[in-house]
Design a protein around this ligand. Structure first.
Ligand SMILES: Cc1ncc(COP(=O)(O)O)c(C=O)c1O
Length: 330
């Protein structure tokens, strides 16, 4: 089911690049996928909602944190596709803001017609079970999408993005060697890794995918999730192509205190990209991820690399509920 406006642009960041030194920088604009302020989940939802339709579902149930971008894009996709939408939103982020449960993505979820179920983290699984049972009892046919849309089907959206990136890099006259993005529920990174590996199919080495961990206290968990999801995709789509653990690059240095809590470097990165290129990032995902790019380029970690691509996965709808973070030093 086509939901995303593809291909998203691959934009050179030449002003920022010349300021930082190092490789030429490129921004893959997946914040411009099109669904109600865009973002990376739209690519996954194309596959997932097509499957829901095939299964005869009329209602979608999915999960996330209160300010989930995945939930908001699911709400928009459901509106466009004629599905009812239930969002089970867990109060798992320790960010205190008076409008946290009203503004940002929560406001958009409501505008898009979704039904919201806010839960405490320990009650989320039980709340979901009860909701699904109630929907069925009332004659609905629910289809459940996991957190972040990150199963082997949803992640195919990023295997397709890997091909799109290869084509855009070739058209822009460079060889794709390094791609970076914020990583949390593993689907984006696993899809990219599987997509690149499937295309290379033993011929030459695949581009490195640098997942900047913004979600897991234990980065090994993210690494394992990416590896197993990528292997699951390849097992059905490109049997015979294998991936080793050493090919999964997860960087935990920029995680900070917790998921949903921006570091000082995150805020600096948001300001710097806004003021050099006129592009907005978000405080939870893309801004934290981009702080890694800035630091790593400044440290010379990409010396010898000509071109570095950062995937802007969206998220700016939450900027308003982080306005207090920017109150000092703006
Ligand atoms: C803005 C944004 N960037 C990055 C991610 C991470 O994507 P994934 O969950 O596929 O790792 C998310 C996931 O919620 C997101 O909302």
């Amino acid at each position: 089911m086509p939901l995303a406006w593809l291909p998203t642009p691959l934009m050179p960041l030449d002003r920022l690049g010349s300021m930082l030194g190092g490789p030429r920088l490129w921004l893959k604009r997946d914040d411009c996928t099109g669904l109600a302020t865009g973002g990376n989940k739209t690519r996954k939802l194309e596959y997932l909602l097509a499957d829901a339709r095939r299964a005869g579902a009329d209602t979608i149930v999915t999960f996330g944190a209160v300010q989930s971008n995945h939930a908001r894009q699911t709400a928009a996709a459901c509106a466009a596709g004629g599905f009812s939408c239930h969002l089970v939103l867990s109060r798992r982020v320790r960010w205190a803001h008076p409008a946290y449960e009203m503004a940002g993505n929560v406001l958009l979820d409501q505008l898009l017609g979704a039904t919201l179920h806010l839960t405490n983290p320990r009650e989320t699984a039980e709340a979901a079970r009860t909701l699904i049972a109630q929907l069925k009892a009332h004659g609905h046919r629910p289809y459940v999408i996991p957190t972040g849309g990150s199963n082997a089907l949803g992640a195919l959206g990023y295997a397709r993005c890997a091909l799109e990136l290869q084509q855009q890099a070739a058209a822009s006259g460079f060889a794709l060697t390094d791609v970076m993005h914020a990583s949390s529920s593993a689907g984006t990174q696993a899809g990219l890794v599987a997509g690149f590996a499937g295309m290379a199919a033993g011929a030459s080495s695949s581009p490195r995918v640098h997942g900047i961990n913004v979600y897991e206290q234990n980065p090994e968990k993210l690494r394992d999730n990416v590896l197993s999801l990528a292997r699951e995709i390849l097992a059905t789509r490109a049997p015979g192509v294998s991936i080793q653990a050493a090919e999964i690059h997860v960087d935990h240095r920029y995680f900070g205190e917790d998921y949903g809590i921006p570091t000082a470097e995150t805020l600096d990165a948001i300001r710097l990209l806004a003021r050099t290129e006129g592009v907005l990032l978000d405080p939870v995902y893309s801004g934290k991820g981009f702080s890694a790019l800035i630091h790593r380029v400044r440290q010379g970690e990409f010396a010898g690399i000509d071109d570095l691509v950062f995937i802007h996965t969206g998220g700016t709808a939450t900027l308003d509920v982080y306005d207090t973070a920017f109150a000092t030093g703006a």
